[in-house]
Design a protein around this ligand. Structure first.
Ligand SMILES: *Cc1c(COP(=O)(O)O)cnc(C)c1O
Length: 407
């Protein structure tokens, strides 16, 4: 329990001092462990949001906590002008984990997306021979790649870009799931195709079978970089290590983040071949905190935990179990349940309450979740969730989605 401040008082102070760029649900998180979260009033919740996939390993995983303690006592930050053993070994281990050769580390996910955009543009100029300033990157409608000014320039979400113009040029939008549209959009100036293998913020949208493989082929034929933003879908979330694995597709670049920090720190990276990453020369790009020894040590442990605890396999099995349970719910509000592994969206019919409203009711019932798009409830628990916890959740989700009025 918090010692000095009531929930009401904290909300009052937040209104005064915290910029209102989020509208919080009425929960003030106090502490958490595994799949459980407690608020300052002592109410217990089952976390079915996982910090948007940052918490694939659950809250406070003992191996991550130990890694944090160990390395923070040893050395946390070393300027990138000096190497650290942690940085070098993290690079080797993450590259090998991805079946790649080289990485460029950063902190938040959007930073890594920016890295990939810069890499694709420079590659287009120095390797592909695109005229300076003309490089184009093809993106998908309803994409989500982060919130920097360049990234929101190619967002389809009006609120993300409106009044934050001017837009950064050089991005072409195609519908998600339509390989022919990609083919038609490619010109001699196309540097890359940037996509999410399943659109997360776009409403948990799974593309048609064969889409990724077809796009991979189109990009290969046209000498266009195929860049998979697996920040949310990677590292086991959807039941494979990477969602691209479902179609045996290997991108030119993976963009990773979220769970890479083990649920403890922001860690992100772009991962690819030596040929591509060597497009960067000293001074081209950088970050004060990117690749710091503390982050690298924790991320190395996160990768080991993901592999040793077989979290991708767990997500596959538990995802199937949860999906089956959700599909059995007979509710007049549900339009569709979809997703892969433990990345699941419940799409609601538009004649009833929206997802924000239903998430409010689910939170009251003890389930932390969130809306994505106006009518989709996102269900994405830590990958360590147990069968009995899923049963507990299913009972409550069914009750909320089948009760006519708020109790
Ligand atoms: C969350 C997310 C990002 C942005 O990551 P941040 O750490 O919030 O900057 C980018 N791409 C995808 C697919 C994401 O889900």
């Amino acid at each position: 329990m918090a010692e000095n401040y009531s929930k009401d008082e904290l909300f009052r102070l937040a209104k005064l001092h915290l910029a209102p760029n989020y509208e919080p649900y009425p929960v003030v998180v106090d502490w958490a462990s595994g799949c459980r979260v407690w608020d300052v009033e002592g109410k217990e919740y089952l976390d079915m949001l996982s910090g948007y996939s940052a918490l694939n390993l659950g809250h406070g995983h003992s191996r991550i906590v130990n890694a944090l303690k160990y390395q923070s006592e040893k050395v946390s930050i070393a300027p990138r002008k000096f190497l650290s053993e942690e940085l070098v070994l993290f690079s080797k281990e993450l590259a090998e984990f991805c079946g790649m050769e080289m990485i460029l580390p950063s902190n938040g996910g959007a930073e890594a997306v920016e890295t990939a955009i810069k890499l694709a543009r420079k590659w287009a100029y120095v390797k592909k021979g695109v005229p300076r300033g003309a490089a184009e990157i093809i993106v998908c409608r309803d994409n989500f790649h982060g919130r920097t000014t360049t990234i929101v320039s190619f967002s389809s979400e009006q609120q993300y870009i409106n009044l934050f113009e001017p837009r950064t040029p050089g991005f072409i939008e195609v519908p998600f799931g339509d390989a022919d549209a990609l083919k038609k959009a490619i010109t001699k100036n196309t540097a890359a195709f940037l996509f999410e293998p399943i659109q997360g913020e776009g409403g948990i949208v799974v593309p048609p079978k064969g889409y990724l493989r077809e796009c991979r082929e189109i990009c290969r034929e046209n000498n266009v970089l195929f860049i998979a933003d697996e920040i949310q879908t990677g590292l086991g979330r959807t039941g494979k290590m990477f969602t691209c694995d479902y179609e045996d597709v290997k991108p030119d670049l993976y963009i990773l983040g979220k769970a890479l920090g083990g649920g403890a720190l922001p860690v992100s990276a772009v991962v690819g071949s030596r040929e591509l990453l060597r497009v960067f020369r000293s001074g081209d790009h950088g970050s004060t905190f990117g690749g710091n020894p503390l982050a690298c040590h924790v991320a190395r442990e996160a990768l080991r935990v993901i592999r040793e605890e077989k979290l991708a396999e767990k997500a596959f099995v538990m995802g199937r179990y949860l999906m089956r349970g959700l599909k059995k719910i007979k509710s007049p509000h549900i339009k569709e349940v979809r997703g892969k592994g433990l990345l699941i969206g419940i799409e609601l019919k538009q004649n009833g309450p929206d997802a924000h409203e239903f998430c409010g009711r689910l939170i009251e019932a003890g389930i932390l979740c969130s809306d994505t798009k106006k009518y989709v409830i996102r269900i994405a628990p830590p990958l360590i969730i147990s069968k009995s916890e899923i049963d507990w959740a299913l009972e409550r989700i069914e009750k909320v989605l089948t009760t006519k009025k708020r109790a």
